[in-house]
Design a protein around this ligand. Structure first.
Ligand code: FES
Ligand code: FE2
Length: 390
């Protein structure tokens, strides 16, 4: 029988710990609190920098309900803005209702300036108001006070991150690198900045973002859910995925070095990896919304887009070294097809958890000892919602 403990989340648990209550995964109110205290307060991964190669390029993303523009300026840096005109509030780039199978996120290019489609107020690529048709200072126009509302932008490893409250972040010293912490060091030999996406699969998953992160954090489920993956990485099914050494990397079966059905590939390992990294698999979770799975020859990068308590859109980008992508016959499908199977297995089970949690009999669950890392999400969310017990 499971014993319940009163131990606070920061201790190494010796007994099974309760999960967050089911309401944390189901209620709109909980999601609203997370929007305010997590997605508007933390650096949020918004995609790959390679989506914005030239001056004027923009990426429009939806950060948990806020439409945001990320723009490449003439000087080559990235700036971010709320997609909200300072005049009457129109979108600068209009969110036309997308077809059901399409995403609101998209790229495009401004021709030198950003022009609001409503009355034509015109902003420079750094967000400054340049012109408002038929208005002058004598009409009370204070151009210097009417720049687009800024969003913080920073990059790491070729990923673009945005911060919806940049002034608070600055005042509190909440930099991207402080948020990423030890991840930067642990991934230092992977040439993340150089990698390019050869393929993207977007999944629309009917599950709370925390279900997906918790699932990513444990391999207790790998035996039952991922038989093909366990063929390549037998360690995942041994003792419920306990004792996995993620710092050193997870060993594959004899003769296998990567996440494909055969466990092999004709792609070379990334240059600069350690001996272990050339044959083992590593994973990182950069809260709140980036999950990285690193093989020696490719990285599967998952960007989570929380859309509501019961829905998360997930972009899975397959990143490769450009030298390999230039080789004749380059074909990412061995990795893509393997991952697509594993991903679908994960999303299916996450959706089943979301459904089960909505039952009247389910109030909370438990973390088994081999799910200790999932306690992080209880702690992470609890700290930010000022409710350590969740
Ligand atoms: S709302 Fe943008 S110019 Fe009027
Ligand atoms: Fe999984």
């Amino acid at each position: 029988m499971v014993r319940e403990t009163k131990a606070p989340g920061n201790e190494v648990p010796t007994e099974m710990q309760r999960t967050l209550p089911s309401s944390a995964y189901l209620s709109g109110e909980a999601f609203e609190r997370e929007r305010e205290r997590i997605f508007a307060t933390e650096w949020f991964c918004a995609g790959r920098e390679e989506a914005l190669p030239s001056a004027g390029d923009f990426l429009k993303v939806d950060v948990a309900g806020e439409s945001v523009l990320i723009v490449r300026t003439r000087s080559g840096d990235l700036r971010g803005f709320y997609n909200v005109c300072r005049h009457r509030g129109s979108r600068i780039v209009i969110d036309d209702p997308p077809p059901p199978d399409e995403r609101p996120e998209r790229t495009g290019r401004f021709r030198g300036s950003m022009v609001c489609p409503y009355h034509g107020w015109t902003y420079g690529l750094a967000g400054e108001l340049r012109a408002a048709p038929f208005l002058a200072e004598t009409d009370g126009l204070r151009r210097e006070e009417l720049s687009l509302h800024p969003v913080g932008v920073d990059t790491w490893g070729g990923f673009v991150f945005v911060h919806l409250s940049p002034e608070e972040a600055r005042a509190e010293g909440r930099t991207l690198s402080s948020q990423l912490g030890a991840i930067v060091e642990r991934t230092a030999r992977y040439p993340m900045v150089e990698l390019r996406a050869a393929h993207r699969i977007t999944y629309d998953v009917a599950a709370n973002w925390k279900c997906i992160v918790e699932n990513y954090n444990e391999c207790y489920h790998c035996g039952p859910v991922h038989p093909e993956l366990c063929e390549v990485v037998p360690a995942f099914k041994q003792v419920g995925g306990a004792n996995l050494d993620w710092d050193r990397g997870i060993p594959h079966r004899e003769g296998a070095t990567t996440f494909t059905f055969s466990g092999t590939t004709d792609r070379a390992p990334f240059p600069g990896l350690s001996e272990d990294e050339q044959t083992r698999h590593k994973g990182e979770l950069a809260y709140p919304n980036l999950m990285l799975s690193m093989s020696s020859d490719h990285v599967a990068a998952f960007t989570l887009w929380p859309k509501g308590p019961g829905r998360t859109v997930i972009d899975c980008d397959f990143l490769f070294h450009p030298d390999e992508m230039r080789r004749p016959g380059f074909d990412p499908s061995d990795a893509v097809e393997f991952w697509d199977l594993v991903n679908r297995q994960d999303w299916r089970i996450c959706q089943s958890v979301q459904q089960g949690m909505s039952s009247r009999v389910f109030r909370f669950g438990y973390y088994a000892p081999m799910e200790d890392l999932s306690l992080d999400i209880r702690r992470y969310v609890g700290e930010r919602l000022n409710d350590p017990a969740g």
